[in-house]
Design a protein around this ligand. Structure first.
Ligand code: FHN
Length: 450
């Protein structure tokens, strides 16, 4: 049943073919870089000598930092190590196709040149540069897409911006500083909407994505409709399901998990941290392994989604080395096997096929959680890819194959040596070489006819 919105959004008015054209690059991309970067990278998880639990970009809220004290971080922010070329090159080397960076997070600090509000990186810091402009230029040069995250509702330093304590999303009046009191409509009309206008008009062909976040009850359908009227002026834009009001946007956004079935028929993107924070925390070293990250990407692709994987640069603008190392390792794999990820459709074998069967133990004898799959699969019109995580002892056995297999080989094999295939109805056995080409995931290619 169509929802009646105060302002019709592009999703309500375009044809299915127009939607397919608008979403095409995003659907092919499969892998993007999320960047959470802002003033919170200075305290980096510690305030007044105390380590503040939970995610780093929430430090202002979690430590109830007064607005004036938080704003006093701006004159100390001078991230001269920031290098847009290197960050875009890192995303490229990881095999990522788009970047989404925090233009303004819940702390209200704009990481771009804003005339609408002076609490921003150009006007309020000694750095005086606009990282979004620099990234936009580099993305253009290096063939990368660029999107902006914007916290449209929560703004903890603006008077009238929603400011709630954790776990109380629907009680936006719960402030910890009088300076946060004020009128939400004034905030919306003097800061959020003017800044969104700046972001949508000052960066040429970017942003291609606006990534909204965590609306509260303040974002009524009428208020969200005012933002939609602005978004409608940019007909190629893609925006997520977190605007608020009654708007569903373009993309589902599961956070920190992979939905077991994906979202059949919908566009979706799992966003995830590499450690346990989005914004930089100096003492969070709980990094996921390259194995987990890569298998997550494959699992997501097998369910038709995108993986938006986060980095959190430090207060000097430097990407933490453990993050960069892992991204490069994932990119190494993609440089050989990307054909099995980009532009693919979901598995033909159902979301459960290939589930972990054997119990592996780590060095301490605990069951080892990798991603709980022996294999996953992705599809193209004339090919089925099987990404094998656990190399079988005998032939690789597939059931319920809806197509006829013509030839089989390993994607990483430069010679594409053909492997013996036995097909009996919908059962297929492929004779594999003795050893996996890659211990994390070896891609078996099945050339098929329907
Ligand atoms: O509160 C934010 C959080 O800081 C982070 O930005 C994530 C990213 O998806 N979104 C919110 C929580 O849903």
């Amino acid at each position: 049943k169509p929802v009646h919105h105060p302002v019709a959004a592009i999703q309500d008015t375009e044809t299915p073919a127009q939607r397919d054209a608008r979403m095409a690059w995003w659907r092919d991309a499969r892998f993007g870089m999320f960047i959470h970067w802002g003033l919170y990278s200075i305290p980096a998880g510690t305030w007044d000598g105390k380590q503040i639990p939970s995610i780093g970009e929430w430090i202002m809220n979690n430590a109830s930092i007064p607005v004036a004290d938080y704003k006093a971080l701006a004159p100390k922010f001078n991230p001269v190590g920031f290098n847009a070329h290197d960050i875009v090159a890192l995303a490229k080397s990881a095999g990522m196709k788009y970047i989404v960076i925090t233009a303004k997070h819940h702390d209200g600090f704009a990481m771009f040149d804003s005339k609408a509000n002076s609490f921003n990186i150009v006007a309020a810091t000694p750095f005086k540069r606009d990282p979004l402009r620099e990234l936009a230029e580099e993305c253009r040069k290096q063939g990368m897409k660029l999107g902006f995250y914007y916290s449209q509702d929560q703004d903890w330093t603006a008077s009238g911006g929603s400011a709630y304590k954790t776990g109380n999303h629907d009680s936006p009046t719960h402030h910890w500083d009088k300076a946060q009191d004020g009128d939400f409509d004034t905030y919306l009309h003097t800061k959020a909407i003017p800044q969104l206008k700046e972001l949508l008009t000052n960066y040429g062909d970017f942003p291609v994505v606006i990534w909204f976040d965590t609306p509260t009850a303040n974002m009524t359908p009428e208020r969200a409709g005012e933002i939609v009227a602005l978004l409608n002026q940019h007909p190629n834009l893609i925006w997520n399901n977190r605007l608020g009001g009654t708007y569903k946007g373009d993309t589902e956004t599961p956070e920190q998990y992979i939905p077991p079935q994906g979202y059949p028929g919908l566009d979706w993107e799992s966003c995830m941290t590499m450690n346990d924070t989005w914004g930089y925390k100096s003492y969070d070293t709980n990094f996921k392994s390259t194995e987990t990250l890569l298998r997550n990407l494959i699992d997501i692709a097998s369910k038709g989604g995108n993986y938006l994987l986060n980095i959190g640069p430090d207060s000097n603008g430097i990407v933490p080395p453990p993050e960069a190392e892992r991204l490069k390792a994932v990119g190494q794999w993609l440089s050989l096997n990307g054909e099995a990820v980009y532009g693919t459709s979901p598995t033909l074998f159902g979301s459960e096929a290939g589930k972990f069967s054997a119990t592996e133990k780590d060095s301490k004898g605990k069951p080892k959680f990798i991603a709980s799959w022996d294999w996953r699969s992705t599809t193209k019109v004339d090919k089925v890819y099987v990404e094998i995580f656990k190399w079988p002892n005998g032939p690789f056995h597939l059931e319920k194959m809806p197509r006829t297999v013509k030839r089989a080989y390993l994607l990483a094999d430069a010679e594409k040596k053909l492997l013996a295939v036995k097909q009996d109805g919908d059962m297929v056995d492929i004779q594999l070489p003795a050893n996996a080409a890659d211990p994390i995931a070896t891609v078996l290619v099945l050339e098929t006819v329907k």
